[in-house]
Design a protein around this ligand. Structure first.
Ligand code: ADP
Length: 173
């Protein structure tokens, strides 16, 4: 059985990610989507469990997809799920350098191969960081993320906006 492992922070998962899962599902018998804690990225917006439950909801229509959330080295996850290959999306040449380095490191550590799926041009400008920024300032992210994710973003920032208002109120007192 061919297993593709698609890892990422997915904070949040957006339509560019979704397209990669859909395309990978045509290449593999099973696609394991792994939401990872990225030690390079300071504070996550959604915790791993929130990301996992959103991922389960938005990929439910794709056959052969399994979601895991982990905070360990990627090659350990690849071994645990029996991955045939790691799948990564490539948006632009700017992604290539770091992706190449990661692929070589993972291959060196465990022999696992990485395959790259080039994103469609309609999704190539979408990045989790930008989605977070737009949502933070109340912008409309519905064109970039699945509906469930958009709802979670609104709820998340409504909550933090009222906390901020409370804080601002206290500072003014
Ligand atoms: P990271 O792995 O750096 O935490 P992300 O969670 O943002 O990054 O992305 C996970 C994977 O999805 C990576 O392979 C990344 O290249 C890919 N990806 C990110 N944005 C897009 C996009 N707009 N289209 C296709 N693939 C993407």
């Amino acid at each position: 059985m061919k297993v593709g492992l698609f890892p990422g922070s997915f904070d949040p998962f957006h339509n560019g990610h979704l397209e990669i899962v859909e395309r990978a599902s045509r290449l593999f018998d099973e696609v394991v989507v792994a939401a990872l804690r990225n030690p390079q990225k300071s504070q996550a917006l959604f915790d791993l469990e929130e990301r996992k439950s959103m991922l389960e909801a938005v990929t439910a229509h794709i056959p052969g997809v399994r979601i895991v959330s982990v905070s360990t080295l990627l090659v350990n996850v690849a071994r645990d799920v029996g991955a045939t290959a790691i799948v990564r999306g490539l948006r632009a040449v700017s992604d290539f350098e770091t992706e190449m380095q990661m692929a070589q490191m993972n291959h060196h550590l465990s022999g696992v191969e990485t395959i790259f799926i080039p994103t469609s041009s309609k999704y190539s400008f979408i990045a989790s960081k930008l989605v977070r920024e737009v949502a933070h300032f109340g912008g409309d992210v519905s064109a970039f993320v699945p509906k469930i994710v958009a709802e979670h973003l609104v709820a998340k920032f409504e909550g933090s906006a009222s906390e901020q208002d409370e804080q601002d109120g206290k500072e003014e007192e």
